[in-house]
Design a protein around this ligand. Structure first.
Ligand code: SF4
Ligand code: SF4
Length: 106
């Protein structure tokens, strides 16, 4: 889920989507984050291997709301790097949206 979702004052396609946050349990993995940054994430939202966000099936446990309708990230300000680099309209976004029957964004 990309930067625009964080800005609750801005209309963003992410706020009515959330597909990338529910695409795969392998998606919200940790990569280049510093330990100090990861320590800020509530432990109950981190998976047992400490390798990424905890998921239920394919959906990240930090995602609130209903996919394709209205969603928000409970840890938006401290979300992992992978969540920051998926941008509306890019290839990963299109792939995630396709899973939920949503059209690719321009
Ligand atoms: S799939 Fe695309 S539009 Fe949907 S939340 Fe992720 S980046 Fe935003
Ligand atoms: S941490 Fe937030 S932005 Fe990242 S996958 Fe989970 S709900 Fe989406």
């Amino acid at each position: 889920m990309s930067e625009p979702m964080s800005d609750q004052l801005d209309a963003s396609p992410c706020q009515g989507c959330g597909a990338c946050c529910a695409y795969s349990s392998n998606w919200p993995r940790f990569t280049i984050e510093e330990d100090d940054a990861l320590d800020l994430i509530p432990p109950e939202l981190v998976n047992d291997r400490l390798s990424g966000m905890r998921c239920e099936n394919d959906r990240c446990c930090a995602l609130d709301g209903e996919i394709a309708r209205a969603v928000s990230c409970r840890i938006y300000a401290i979300r992992p790097e992978v969540c920051r680099i998926c941008m509306p309209g890019d290839a990963e976004c299109a792939m995630a949206r396709r899973k939920f029957g949503l059209p690719a964004l321009p």
